[in-house]
Design a protein around this ligand. Sequence first.
Ligand SMILES: *Cc1c(COP(=O)(O)O)cnc(C)c1O
Length: 410
Amino acid sequence: MPLDPTLFGEIDPPQRLLMGPGPVNAHPRVLRAMSADLLGQFDPEMTGYMNQVMALYRPIFGTANRWTMLIDGTARAAIEASLVSLVAPGDRVLVVNFGRFGLLLTEILSRIGAVIETVDAPWGETVPMEAIAAAIERTAPKLVACVHGDTSTTMAQPLDGLGDLCRAAGALSYVDATATIGGMEIAADRWGVDIVTGGLQKCLGGPSGSAPITISDAAAEHIFARRHTEAGIRMAGLEDGAGPRIGSNYFDLAMIMDYWSEKRLNHHTEATSMLYAARECARIVLGEGLDARYARHAAAGRAMTAGLRAMGLTVFGADATRMTNVTGVHIPHGVDGEAIRRMMREAFEIEIGTAFGPLAGQIWRIGAMGYNAMRHKVLLTLGALEACLLREGFALPPGKAVAAAMEAWG
Ligand SMILES: *Cc1c(COP(=O)(O)O)cnc(C)c1O
């Protein structure tokens, strides 16, 4: 029997308000941009859009790097492209580890065959710069890899000074800024770090599936010297480089940079609709202004925190280093965290996040990112959470949370 396609209706998802740690609802302008007509990948209009994307993402990354572009895939694609292109088997890499996404870096590095060293902080804290300095001294790594905002713990690692430490030790540096780009300041050049990567589905307010990346000249030089194969070198029409080859074709940053260069050497087919989305995300970010946007995310985080505390709940993690755009909160004793999440979804169409690893069942993670870092969405979420907690029999002072959040928004 052939499958009757009318069994499945047209896509018509429920209108959920996504207030978890990402993904979030995309800005309607981004969804509209994605429905624009397609172009051939070497069409001058298309390569013109690619150049515009490079220009648009430089200020968002806080960089003048020539190599500022997109990796096709979710944020993890850019993480993997960076690590597989920078690191050869046997290279020593220091991972600054303070949550689940630090563990992801070690997982990818172990597949590459790197010698992995870590400098760790307990979940809910960040790693002091002096501890990173001491670990660099102790391990003499070729690369230092770090997460900026780790949504698993809601902590943001301070990064000022990291680049100087790395350069003084002859190491390159990599930062995963997926959860913070477009919501907290990314200062690739001031931090002095070599590669920073992101994703659209958090504070940039787009769908997942495109990963912005910026690459310093020093990192690009290192990567070009490790071109993948003889054939790759011939295709690029270049001299043979030294050293071991990049162990991936799809994630070979040398080939992807050639594709984004004036040479336009064919690699993959650029994901056209995702490029439209990434371009519109960046136009929205820069149209709002970076400072205004960071201030809006900070206000949302302040309001969320004040509202949760006014309900008598305990916010998770060190206040000084908490991310502004996602807030962890302890599930109160005797409350079924999953029952509350279900009630939030079924009664209010609001999604909040659960947690992983050591924090599973301990905290909820409530985000306010990108298009959802808005006052009314924060207030709706707090009002809904209060109603659900009261219904579950948790004793809290009614009516305080929303008022405290309105006050804290400023
Ligand atoms: C959300 C997140 C990712 C997600 O990667 P995807 O491949 O887009 O799912 C990676 N790193 C960090 C720090 C994140 O918060």
